[in-house]
Design a protein around this ligand. Structure first.
Ligand code: SFD
Ligand code: AMP
Length: 634
């Protein structure tokens, strides 16, 4: 690959990923960097106007605490998150984000994001924590602020970050390649902030054939954050806590507005509401089975029990909900007007964030005010910012974190100089778009301080960078070398193309790690077999081949997914219980076990290539009564 130019960039703080967390980091870092004379650079594999999970826009801001208006307290939010995650959460991190998130939302509004207001000028809530927005251009608004703050010369778009550069337990930069030009990039930095989102298409999706590629979370979030931190040797947390969202079937339209704003019910094929008929099941999952709102995974679980019993399809009763709200108007004229408004709000909810669902509705003659729509549990995703929790194990804030959760710099992983935010940081669920942006701000402030306090430029070993260049570009060399050996270049004894590789990974995960096909069930024996197969897949990853730059991107996306998959399988295997039955069910350990009221962490050692599994205690920063151990914590 001699013709690839090598471009070297020297900076102080390198932000990898310009999604919600990356843009928050850029805005905040620019402010503190001026004071400390620190240079900040941001890299994204896409164009940040429309990159990441918010590319299509969103119709709600899901984290707004309303502290100033006295609507809620930080503790209320922490209680909500802890309960939803069945007790497994870093309260210090959740509280830190919750106490700052409102200010981020106010910034979005100042920058031009339209937030719904009622007649008195108050925000219109979707639910207790969620605000309704006209958010089609949400990401454009946020990225414009990031660009203005950093300056366009400090932003590299369409450069895919592949791996970290390290010097022992210290990050020294990152390497990647342009997805448009034959350029290999070496970024040298004093600190790196990882915000490359979560992972999609690790598991076989429900969509296949004509719908292939369609997923709820964005397919281009492919596990780069997890790979980057694992490869650097960082301790990871909650790698078992995948997220399975219930979504409108086949186009993955969100359900939040229907359940919370329109107060719709979901019923099975017999017209029964599983949240009522299956209520006794919740007693098996106390104390979390009895909290309000019912945790997302337990809502899934009650629905899945109906599906397993052959009581599907499951319908979101949109028609019932809309008619009920309209019927609340006393005057028939007003009721008719209200019906029209609700109808357009229902369509906008999808048009603002999941356009394919609106297209599917149109294509299948759905009138939501007249006809119910099917919903289903999607395939698993890795996302630390919604009701999942996977990500790196990071230091908490000094004033809130218990001693063992604080190591000098907030949001720094266990690798020196390596910071994480958004989906990249774990055990602080329910950050969503606004909380991820906020966490990016908090992590960036801390990372700038790190740069100021470590002014020496870390050394980058040229041999390490050269070896990485050879390895990263190898799929193109391999293709060139062998492509002429078969009449169809997709089939070749000497290489595997990225699409086939992805199918193999997805099949392993689907069948052995509890995907859709295995009805989210797995066991020790299945997981061990899955690990064997991942081991063989890893060997074959050395034979990935790319016909062009686009396929080179696909090769590395799939290697990143594979590492996320391995961390996941190892951690489900480690946690000897079933804690989130609606996310995955260990048939050999079918219930909650009080001994597992702990974090299940893992760490890959890049030097020895061995994995270590680690239990870390859960420490509450607020007094909490736990029915599991019958005593007050604090
Ligand atoms: O309700 C590389 N989310 C919702 N959040 C809300 O607040 N309200 C909603 O209404 C939400 N809904 C929703 C949501 C997401 C999606 C897809 C849908 C609906 C359909 C969640 C938020 O969007 C999410 O929490 C945040 O965006 C997470 O932020 P962050 O920064 O962790 O991830 P990102 O924004 O996806 O950005 C990742 C960036 O990394 C880049 N990238 N760059 C360089 N090299 C690589 N190798 C890279 N790999 C990735 C990406 O390009 C991107 O810019 S609701 O339905 O849940
Ligand atoms: P979703 O569209 O499922 O991503 O949900 C958007 C927001 O609403 C998230 O904060 C969810 O946790 C919340 N949510 C969705 N459905 C329910 C429900 N039935 N009860 C309580 N909260 C919900």
């Amino acid at each position: 690959m001699g013709k690839f130019e090598t471009v070297e960039v020297n900076t102080d703080l390198l932000i990898v990923g310009g999604g919600m967390a990356g843009c928050g980091a850029a805005v905040e870092a620019a402010y503190w960097a001026k004071q400390h004379g620190v240079k900040v650079t941001l890299v994204d594999k896409a164009a940040i106007d429309r990159s990441g999970a918010v590319a299509m826009g969103l119709s709600a801001i899901n984290q707004y605490v309303g502290l100033k208006d006295g609507q809620n307290t930080v503790k209320d939010y922490v209680d909500y998150v802890r309960n939803d995650l069945m007790g497994i959460t870093r309260e210090d991190l959740v509280a830190d984000i919750a106490r700052h998130v409102d200010s981020s939302v106010h910034l979005f509004e100042k920058w031009g994001l339209p937030i719904w207001k009622d007649e008195e000028g108050n925000y219109v809530h979707e639910g207790r924590w969620q605000l309704m927005i006209n958010g089609e251009s949400y990401k454009v608004v946020v990225s414009e602020a990031a660009k203005n703050a950093l300056g366009i010369d400090n932003i590299y778009e369409r450069v895919c970050i592949v791996a970290p550069l390290t010097d022992g337990n210290r990050v020294t930069g990152a390497v990647g390649f342009s997805v448009r030009e034959e350029k290999f990039y070496i970024f040298r930095a004093k600190a790196v902030l990882v915000s490359m989102g979560g992972a999609v298409h690790v598991f076989k999706p429900r969509s296949s054939g004509e719908g292939m590629g369609r997923a709820w979370y964005p397919p281009w979030n492919s596990g780069s954050s997890a790979y980057f931190t694992i490869a650097a040797g960082a301790e990871m947390t909650c790698q078992e806590v995948r997220f399975i969202p219930v979504r409108f079937k086949d186009a993955y339209g969100p359900v939040g507005a229907w359940f919370l704003l329109f107060k719709a019910r979901a019923t099975n094929g017999l017209g029964e509401n599983y949240m009522e008929t299956r209520k006794p099941e919740l007693n098996k999952w106390v104390p979390y089975g009895h909290v309000k709102p019912c945790p997302a995974n337990l809502r899934n679980w009650l629905m899945l029990l109906d599906v397993f019993d052959g009581k599907g399809p499951i319908f979101m009763r949109t028609e019932e909900a809309i008619q009920k709200i309209a019927a609340g108007e006393d005057d028939p004229k007003k009721a008719k007007k209200r019906l029209k408004e609700l109808e357009s709000e229902a369509w906008e909810d999808f048009l603002d964030m999941t356009i394919s669902q609106a297209i599917l509705w149109a294509g299948t003659n759905v009138e939501p005010e007249a006809k119910a729509s099917e919903i289903a549990a999607a395939e698993p995703y890795f996302i630390g910012s919604h009701s999942g929790a996977s990500g790196a194990w990071v230091s908490g804030p000094e004033d809130l974190a218990p001693e063992q959760y604080f190591w000098g710099y907030e949001y720094m992983s266990t690798v020196e100089g390596l910071f994480c935010a958004g989906d990249a940081s774990g055990a602080s669920s329910h950050k969503f778009s606004s909380g991820s942006f906020t966490e990016g701000r908090l992590a960036a402030k801390s990372a700038v301080r790190y740069c100021a306090e470590h002014p020496e430029q870390p050394a980058v070993d040229p041999a390490q960078a050269e070896a990485m260049r050879e390895r990263i570009l190898r799929p193109m060399a391999l293709f060139e070398q062998h492509k002429g050996e078969t009449t169809d270049a997709t089939i070749n004894a000497n290489y595997i193309r990225p699409k086939m590789f992805m199918f193999r990974l997805q099949k392993i995960m689907d069948e052995y790690a509890g995907g859709v096909t295995s009805q989210f069930r797995t066991s020790k024996a299945l997981l061990e077999r899955g690990l064997d197969l991942i081991g063989m897949l890893k060997e074959d990853a050395e034979k990935l081949a790319a016909a062009d730059l686009h396929e080179l991107l696909r090769c590395w996306e799939n290697i990143h997914r594979m590492w996320q998959a391995e961390a996941h399988v190892r951690t489900i295997l480690f946690r000897n219980e079933t804690r989130w039955p609606g996310y995955y069910f260990r048939s050999d350990t079918p219930g909650l076990d009080p001994d597992w009221q702990v974090f299940a962490n893992c760490r890959y050692d890049p030097a020895t290539k061995e994995w270590e599994m680690i239990k870390r205690p859960i420490e509450s920063i607020f007094p909490v009564y736990s029915e599991l151990n019958g005593e007050a914590g604090g």
